[in-house]
Design a protein around this ligand. Structure first.
Ligand SMILES: [Zn+2]
Length: 471
């Protein structure tokens, strides 16, 4: 990259060593991904003067004035140890080396929008070397991805109009309601939780908002100056627009209608700070959700996704936030201890799975997702049984209704991954590998063994006393 910026081979080599040295020092002073899942470890509220005291070499007054927040006095310094290292780096490194470091970060972050030589070099490291990808995705796919990222709610309006009919929204809303009432039932029936904690859990469930398909009001991008012949400029102006939009929230009431994903996104999320779950239109379309199919595969697939997001409100991280999204402990000590004992069962199970070669799942990193996967499928199963209680279900395509539920569930995770990507995900991705997101769940669901006539002692069947059950 530095050579492409015009440096000699020797200077670029020396520069790379500088970048690596500074980056390594900053990385060592950063919390691990597991630590960052603990909301208390990333909550350090400070006044501006305290932040300034932490990093005397950085002129916060100038910085805050430059970003249009000269009066800001109240900040959450997520990682104080990191800022101490920033100070040490600013003091210990020469101005030239700091420039090299920043120059590389600038080019690294913009390389994908520059000329082909930069694009190829960017691909060679981030995609080919780190992920084992053999060739870049076609240009049109990359372009659609960038438009979705930078102007997602403008693209989303067209997407929803063309691809997401109102009937699909209506049937999804109904599925969400049945999954929620399954959760209410499960909380009330939980044998291990006391009445006081149950009351709080039910209040949180009651307050949880569902957002389906697309936002009620669309983001206004009229402030973004899009120029047909200036791609990098378009990206930079979009970054600036988003930065201003985020900073503009300071001091204003929380906008609970806001979405953190765009409508075409094939994904979903639960936000503990909002206590809401969000299902973009893109995840509610074939091949994931097909309203022409019967309920069994739809509940197995989309029902499990809904249950997954709902369970995030009650996983090891989400359970620490209350109905309003505030970080507040609403658990009795006994119930919290029992919850931890039960999630340890899940962590032990997943920690034994091999990702690739000698690398195991880091189940402290994946715990929240693994708990959500298990809870999600149990909720979907219960909701599906409630939705079809009055119907006589018959086999279809050679599969019983229960088998169709589990096939639908497994199909959401169809995918393949190169070993390089598995290695990277093993240390960075809070989700377990796809095969364990299916097999790791069904070993804990006796209905699966019954549906496929699996016998005790077979690989997909756990002994009854080893089955993990949280919610
Ligand atoms: Zn999740």
């Amino acid at each position: 990259m530095l050579t492409l910026l015009g440096e000699t081979e020797a200077a670029a080599k020396a520069g790379a060593a500088v970048v690596m040295r500074i980056e390594t020092a900053l990385a060592k002073a950063s919390l691990t991904r597991v630590d960052k899942r603990d909301p208390y470890k990333i909550y350090h509220r400070m006044r501006r003067a305290e932040l300034q005291g932490l990093t005397p070499s950085f002129r916060w007054d100038d910085y805050l004035r430059a970003i249009g927040q000269p009066a800001l006095d109240d900040v959450n310094v997520t990682e104080p140890e990191f800022y101490k290292q920033v100070e040490a780096t600013l003091r210990g490194e020469s101005l030239d080396d700091l420039r090299t470091y920043l120059r590389w970060h600038l080019v690294d972050s913009r390389a994908a929008y520059l000329s082909s030589a930069f694009v190829d070099e960017d691909f060679a490291f981030h995609r080919a070397y780190l992920r084992g990808v053999k060739e870049p995705s076609p240009r049109w796919k990359r372009c659609v991805g960038w438009v979705d990222r930078d102007l997602g709610e403008a693209l989303g309006q067209v997407f929803v109009r063309k691809a997401f009919p109102p009937e699909v929204k209506a049937s999804t809303v109904q599925m969400v309601q049945l999954v929620e009432s399954a959760m209410g039932q499960r909380i009330r029936d939980l044998p291990w939780m006391g009445a006081a904690t149950k009351e709080q859990a039910l209040a949180k469930l009651q307050a949880m908002a569902n957002k389906i398909g697309y936002p009620e009001k669309w983001r206004d991008y009229s402030a973004v100056d899009v120029r047909r012949r200036d791609f990098l400029g378009d990206v930079l102006r979009s970054v600036q627009f988003e930065s201003r939009r985020q900073l503009g929230k300071i001091g204003k009431p929380v906008d609970r209608t806001e979405w953190g994903m765009t409508p075409p996104t094939v994904n979903a999320y639960y936000n503990p700070l909002m206590n809401d779950m969000n299902f973009p239109a893109g995840v509610l379309l074939p091949p994931l959700y097909d309203p022409r199919l019967d309920a069994a595969p739809s509940y197995g697939d989309t029902g499990s996704t809904i249950g997954h997001e709902l369970t995030h409100g009650f996983d090891d991280e989400g359970r620490q936030f209350d109905a309003k999204g505030n970080l507040r402990d609403w658990w009795t000590p006994q119930d919290a201890a029992e919850f931890e004992r039960r999630t340890a069962c899940v962590a032990d199970q997943y920690g034994r799975y091999t990702v690739v070669d000698d690398i195991k799942v880091n189940s402290k990193l994946t715990l929240g997702e693994d708990v959500a996967d298990l809870g999600g499928t149990l909720l979907a199963l219960q909701a599906w049984r409630a939705a079809t209680a009055a119907q006589r279900l018959a086999p279809r395509d050679g599969l019983t209704p229960d088998q169709r539920f589990f096939v639908g569930f497994a199909q959401w995770a169809c995918g393949d991954e190169r070993p390089e990507s598995k290695r990277l995900n093993a240390v960075t991705n809070p989700h377990s590998p796809l095969e364990y997101r299916v097999n790791g769940v069904v070993v804990n669901v006796p209905d699966f063994a019954a549906a496929f006539s699996c016998k005790q002692g077979q690989p997909m069947v756990k002994a009854p006393d080893e089955v993990c059950r949280v919610w």
